[in-house]
Every structure is written in structure tokens, then in C-alpha cells.
Design a protein around this ligand. Sequence first.
Ligand code: NAD
Length: 541
Amino acid sequence: MAQPVSIAPDGTAYPLPRPEEYAGEYQRLEKRVEEARRNGQEIVVVMGVGFVGAVMAAIVADSTDASGRPRKFVIGMQRPSERSFWKIHLINRGQSPVKAEDPEVDPMIHRCVLEKKTLVATYIYEILKLADVVIVDVQLDYEKVELGNVRSGHVEMAALEESFEIIAQHIPPQALVLIETTVAPGTTEQVALPAMRKIFRRRGIPGDPLLAHSYERVMPGRDYVASIRDFWRVCAGVNEEARKRVVQFLGEVLNVKKYPLTVLDRPIESETAKIVENSYRATILAFLDEWSLFAERNGVDIQKVIQAIKVRPTHSNMIFPGPGIGGYCLPKDGGLGVWSYKNILGFEDEIFKMTPLAIDINDTRSLHAAQLVRDALREMGTPIANAEVLVLGASYREDVGDTRYSGSEILVRRLADMGAEIRVHDPYVERWWEFEVQDHYKPSRADFFRNQKRLRDLAVLKDLPGALQGIEALVFAVRHQEYLRLDPGWVIEQTGGPVAVIDCFCVLDDDKIRRYLDLGCEVTGMGRGHIRRLKEELKKR
Ligand SMILES: NC(=O)c1ccc[n+]([C@@H]2O[C@H](COP(=O)([O-])OP(=O)(O)OC[C@H]3O[C@@H](n4cnc5c(N)ncnc54)[C@H](O)[C@@H]3O)[C@@H](O)[C@H]2O)c1
């Protein structure tokens, strides 16, 4: 049988390691660890080198003591899965496994791996035996089984529970285990601690594991590194020693002088803080959904309304939700809290109203975007079935290449369901993973729609003029810089004639809307009820 491979975003295939390679890998790392210890460095294992772990690992590896000497040797530990094994190869070559707009990321990883030699990556769990500190940055998924109903879903706890067991089986008793993964409140004290304690007892270790929780507020994008290193952190430990150790460790690797730590009494408080923080954000975004519809139907431009309100400092964080709220965190974090209340903390009653409702609203918002595409095409005399639709933007937010749970995915799936022919362009996204693997990795949001088979081959186009040629509808789905700059005259030259233009993210200002209208296009947009007025003004001229 052919050896399984892990395929990197550039298409390179890396064969997964064979069992006989593991011993050699351990010896290679043991030597590096011995050398690091001779240099007085602490050994930090980061479990999971994804969006959070890869950059956190580099930040720890780049940290120095007051005299400028590196005091941490970091081993990024990544399980050798087909989906993620390639990340180890990239890191060990000094390359970032995450594509980042932040110019600090690539040189930092290069510097730590190849110059300072404080960062390596591996696939073997045995390396945990050598750790002074373990940082857990693996994912914890929330599986939704229905579109628009977060309550019927559940947390995929098995993989995380297994990680806790693996850690407890290997670590030295005095190692600090810092959980950064966003977990269901109660996980550190009521799931991880008892499970790890049991394994410690089996190993003849009398004390408790030094467990702590501190959540990430990372924002992949232009300030990726700063959003981890130069930002406020909340933390807590399961006991006094764990608390002291986590405060000391974070103080050594993050800029706590300028951004002091908030130390809470118990991990469940730190875990709850993360869930409330993201549920709050999801809720204020969801709140604007109904007002966006109100604006569309009553001649109001929601963007101008938001700008008018935002000048009030108390309301400065009001933001337009675009065609749905994606990213790895906001669609699931509230669900972790709701699930935990019943399943970890053992309550039967339903206390949650707003948190699940906000997620459900955000998850289904892009269905309305698809309706606007259908309506705009209809105004142009074109049925949606077989219409050539170009969606601009696949990622979940502007100027990043992360497509996880993006609003664009549901938009594309619903358009395909309605029979449209879809093209997608995104300057930051190489491959749209969610479509490529929709048949193998379950759950897939493909299961909520019809006509999804062909989307498996959906390529993300890079050549914008080519992508525009011959389309009938143009959907602005993400506020990427490149799209904000597009000139309507140039766009219509490429398309070859007037098209339906659907602005889902307040990308177009009134001048551009007028110009598209002037060029014979039908223009509509989420929350942009004033477009009808602009159209009438043009007719009167
Ligand atoms: N991405 C963000 O913007 C963000 C922001 C704040 C918090 N978080 C939280 O941080 C956590 C990690 O998120 P992410 O975005 O880095 O996820 P990710 O999927 O990019 O990375 C997780 C990595 O862990 C690896 N992994 C899984 N199980 C493992 C195991 N047993 N041993 C070793 N490696 C394992 C996976 O292969 C993957 O590479 C999540 O809880 C997330 O909610 C993410």
C-alpha cells in the first residue's frame, strides 16, 4: 500500500513518518535538548502548531532574559496527520506554516529556527518527557449537526481528553501544563485534572499536575505577533504553585510590563472569561442582522448609521457583520459554554437565550446574501440557475487567508444549491480546504445543501481580470484591500458588459455605486437600502 502523505498548501507531498523512524527522531531531539539545557534554557513543548501554536511557539523561542540571552528552547509538537504533518517540515526549514499578513511572523520563525536555534518541530509525543513547560494549543471543535441550530451540536471532547492523557503519561511531575485551547468552562478542573491525576497515581506520582489555563486573544492578520506578545492576558492555575508558575512563565515570554496579566482565582473563571468575551462579540454582531434588514427595506444605508453611532466612545466597537461571521472562534465558543453547562457542569435547565441565538443568526446570515444575488440577477432579467457568479473573497475576514467557517462558504454553497455557476477569487487563499475535503472530512457544511458535488473542484482564482470575464453577477463578500480599490469602469471593461453587483460588506461608497449604476449594472447590498434612492436620482437626471 502506498505510504500516506501530507500535502502542503504549495502542493508538496510529505510522506508520513514510518514507525521505525520514531526512535531516530527522539535521539535527534534529545541531543538538541541536552545542548539547550547546557545553555541554561528551559524546555517548552508546544502541542499543536496551527494558527495559534506556531506563532506562540516562535514568540516563546524568540524571548530573552534581561541581558538579551534566549532562555527557552521550544519544541513544536504536531501529530503526524495527513492534514497537518507538513507543518513540521516547514517549521524545521525556518518557514512559517501559517500565511500571515504580519511582516514579523516569517522572519521570527526563520530567526528562531536557523539563527538562534531555539525552535524545532517534531511529531513524537515522547518529547513530552523532556518538557519543563507544555503549552496546549490543539483545536477543540464544536460539531453542528443542523444549519442555524447550535444547541443540537456537541463538543468533540475525545481528542482533547486523549491529549491530556498523553501529556500525563509522559511529563515530569513538576512540568507546568498551560492550556491555551479554548475549552468548555470546567474542562481544566473537572476533566483534565482528574484524568491526569489518575495517570499520575498510576505512575506513582503523589502530587497533582501543575495545570493552568490562559486563553489566546490572537488575531491572525497584520498584528498577528503583537496580538499574542503585546497584549493583555488572563490566567489561572489549579493550585497555588500552578498559579505562581504560570504567572512567572507568561511574565518571561510576553510583554507583561506594558500589558499586565489578569490573574483569576480558578481556571473555570479564565475559561469562562474567554467564552463570554467571544459570545459578547458574536452577540453584538448578530444584533445588527435585523437592523441591516430593516435598513435594506426602508431606504437606509446601514454603514452611515453605524458611522454616525460609532463616534460615541461607548459605542465605538459597533461593526457591520458582512455576509456572516466566520473564523474558528466566534461560531463555536458560545456553543462550548452552552454545552458545558449541561454536560460538564451537570445542569438540566435552559438558561441560555442570547448566546445560542446570536450564533444561529450569524451562521445563517449569508443565506440572505444569496437571496440578494438571486434578486439582483432577476432585475437584470437573468435567472440564478446557470448564472455565472463571481464571489470576491473566500476568507472569514479582510486581508487574511483563513477560510474557517467563512460566511463566503455558506454563500457559495447556497448559490450552488440554487444552480448558479460559481467562481471565487481571493488574493490570500491558495486552496479552499473546506470544499476540497468536503467528501472525506465530516462534518462538512456541504451536508446542509443540494448540488454540492462539483464544488469539490472549486479553484480559488488569482487572476482577477480573467475571473471577471463573462460573469453575470459580482459579489463583494470580503473587505480585502484589493477590492476596496477596484474602479467600476475597469471592472466593467473586464466583465464585457453590465452585471449584477451585490455588495455584502459595505465595500462600495456612493460614488462607486453611482458609477456601477451609470454603467448599466443592477446594484444591491446587505444593509444598503439607500441604493434605490441613488437609482431614482440617476433616472431623474
Ligand atoms: N485561530 C484563532 O484566531 C484563535 C484565536 C484565539 C483562540 N484560538 C483557540 O486556540 C486553539 C487552537 O486554534 P488554532 O486556530 O491554532 O487551531 P489549528 O487547527 O490551526 O491548530 C491546531 C493544531 O493542533 C494539532 N493537533 C491536534 N491534536 C493534536 C495532538 N493530540 N497533538 C499534537 N498536535 C495536535 C492539529 O494538527 C493542528 O495543527 C483553539 O482552541 C482555538 O479556539 C484560536
